[in-house]
Design a protein around this ligand. Sequence first.
Ligand SMILES: [Zn+2]
Length: 146
Amino acid sequence: MDSVPCLACSTFFVLRNKSQQFCSNSDCQRVRKRLWQKEKLATDPDYREEQRLAQKKWLQNNPGYWKNYRREHPEQAARNRSLQKIRNMKKRIRACPESNKTVVIAKMDARKSRPDRLSGQYWLVPMVAKMDAVKIFIASIPSSYR
Ligand SMILES: [Zn+2]
């Protein structure tokens, strides 16, 4: 059989069947499984409901999991809070497109009046394209370098 590049790691591997797209590496299989599940959740309402019930049941058997997770992973918790603010903002904009202008103007004014407050870690989140958020760090340049 021919060897083809893995969609996850680009390493060439020998196909076991014609539909195989990922090599047998466990990380690549995890990627394959994640993509499969994402597609299944988007297209299969029964699967989505089963997953929701299974997660609910698991959480009932593991109370306090998310509280502990947020305490032990403060960076991820901060990222999730930022992403939730963006989701809330998108939802508000969809519900009332005029509110978009108010939000943007308010943020711009806040930034201009306090340029030193811009320093810190941010998540750069694409508003249109579906791609992962990118973590960036913005630091102010000390006045001696200006
Ligand atoms: Zn691979």
